[in-house]
Structure formats: C-alpha cells, structure tokens
Design a protein around this ligand. Structure first.
Ligand code: SF4
Length: 308
C-alpha cells in the first residue's frame, strides 16, 4: 500500500510524529511525501489563494493519483493555537477536485485535528489511523510484520552549518522555509554569498510562543499559530541569538503575513535596528532573478553594517 502524506505539512512537529506513527501502525505501507510528477493546477478554481495553499492542493491531488490512499488531516488547531482557515478547507477542496476529475470519492483519511496537549495529539493520531484502516488496503498494510515506531529525532538545535560564518536568519511559515518551490532558492543564495542559514526549525514551538507572548500586545493578540511562530522566531534571531541579518519570507495574499509584516517592521524600528531586516514576498510568478537581486542587495547591506 502506498500512502500519500503531503510534505508541506511536515513542517509541523505533530505531522512529523504522525508520519512515524503511520510507519509503525502500517508496516506494509510506503509513505510518499511528494508526487513524482510535477503537480498541475486543479480543474476547480483555486481563487485568489496564496501560493503555499495552491501547492498543498496540487501536491495532495498528485499524491492521490499515485497512491492507494491519502492522509490529509484537517488541521484546525495545533499547539493550542488556531491554524489558518485554509487548512480547515484543504480536504474539501482536494475532494471536490478529485470528484470533478474522476467522478468518485477520493480514498482519503482526513479527520479534524485539534491539538492543545499530548492527550489531544494521541487522540488525533488514533483518529487518522482509524480512518486509514477503513480504506481499501488499510487492513492488509496493518497486518504486515508489526514494528515499533522508529525513535523520534528529538528537538534538534537550529542547523549549524559552519559556526565561523555569519548567520542570516530566515523566518516564515515552515512549509515556505522547507519547500524549494516556495522559498525560491533563498537559502542557497545566502550560502553561496558566504553566510550560513539559520531557521526556527528545531526551536520548540513553546519557546517561540513564549517570546511572542511578551510582545503580542503590540498590535493585537496574534492567535494564529503561524503568526506566533514567526513573531517568536523574529525575537529569537534579533534578541536572544542575534543573526547578522534577517529575511522574512512571506506569501503573496497571506492575511497572517500581511498583519505580521507590519508588526515586525514596527518592532524592528523600535527594538532591533542593529539587525538588518528584509521582507521578501514570494509567489507563483516570482522570478528567480528578482529574488537573487533582492538577496544580493540585502547581503551588501549586512556587509556594510559589519564594516561600519
Ligand atoms: S497562513 Fe498564509 S501562507 Fe499559510 S496557508 Fe494560510 S494564507 Fe497561505
């Protein structure tokens, strides 16, 4: 049995743990994170959705076509905070498109997920496993030789590439930072210029949330999980472990980012001027040359700051 689990969701620790649980519960299954063929735009309009959301829809449909079942949890709340409403509708949009394309129900495990603590997390793993078990092939994949879950990788410290080089922090939604089509090669551009890249990956969400809590009165209480993660990461890389520069990668048409970019710009002006800061908007139509020019100019400023 081949089970699809869109890689864009694996930026969330709960989803990474879900992948391990699925491997253990369905030893006869192979988990595929991305379709082999480049996902195409779906027949039903994606409207004015952000590019990350379009990618998620396309990846899910591509995986459905190449797998026996798709795991697409309806993420409502993670770590006690609301997810962007797009995640709520994701399984519906994918199912609508699949029905339009194939005239049948998609083989999909998509229970609603609301996680505030460990007990919720366990209940949500169970709900996904239960739904997958009911799909054709689920029982067979489960009956294969049972195996314990592979050990959790634990919380890795932010990736240190070469401690002697100065660090540029990249902040943004985890799926943007981990998907080349979404981050548009920014990490490579930074590395090629002789800097190392640090991201919030590996920093526990509760640490970032605590940092966000100290500042989120600035405009209003930010209740979206993604906003809290980015605000906490901004404070970490400007105050706790200041980087040489910080690039905030945001998605065109993202309401969460639209609010937060103002908040971060104000915070930067008041508290973090010594760390050069740039907002880079990424979209489906963003040209590589445009990104390269912006990053190059920003790194010149970082160099200028260091030599001033
Ligand atoms: S948080 Fe923003 S980038 Fe992420 S899915 Fe929602 S609108 Fe898109």
């Amino acid at each position: 049995m081949i089970v699809g689990l869109p890689g864009e969701l694996l930026g969330f620790p709960w989803a990474r743990e879900l992948e391990r649980r699925l491997e253990a519960a369905f030893p006869g299954a192979r988990i595929r994170r991305a379709p082999a063929r480049a996902p195409a735009a779906p027949p039903l309009s994606e409207g004015d959705a952000c590019y990350p959301y379009k990618r998620m829809i396309r990846s899910a449909l591509g995986l459905l076509a190449e797998s026996d079942a798709l795991v697409l949890p309806r993420l409502l709340r993670l770590d006690g905070h609301l997810m962007c409403p797009n995640f709520r509708a994701l399984p519906d949009i994918v199912a609508l498109n699949w029905r339009r394309l194939h005239g049948e129900e998609p083989p999909m495990a998509a229970p609603a997920v609301e996680v505030a603590d460990g007990r919720d997390a366990e209940a949500a793993f169970e709900a996904v496993i239960r739904e997958l078990r009911r799909l054709p092939g689920g029982r067979r994949a489960e009956a294969a030789r049972a195996q314990p879950p592979r050990p959790a990788p634990g919380t890795a410290p932010p990736r240190a590439e070469d401690g002697r080089r100065r660090a540029i922090a990249l902040v943004g939604h985890p799926y943007i930072l981990s998907t080349p089509a979404l981050h548009k090669g920014v990490p490579d551009l930074v590395r090629r210029a002789g800097f190392r890249v640090v991201t919030p990956e590996g920093l526990p969400f509760r640490t970032l949330d605590r940092l966000a809590r100290d500042r989120d009165y600035y405009a209003k209480v930010l209740y979206w999980r993604g906003a809290r993660e980015c605000l906490g990461a901004f404070r970490h890389f400007t105050e706790v472990r200041p980087a040489a520069g910080l690039i905030y990668l945001i998605a065109f048409n993202c309401g969460v980012d639209a609010l937060l970019r103002l908040e971060l710009a104000a915070l930067h002006k008041d508290l973090a001027r010594r760390v050069p800061f740039m907002v880079l908007v990424v979209d489906e139509h963003t040209q590589h040359e445009h990104v390269a020019t912006r990053v190059e100019a920003f790194l010149d400023i970082v160099d200028g700051t260091a030599h001033a």
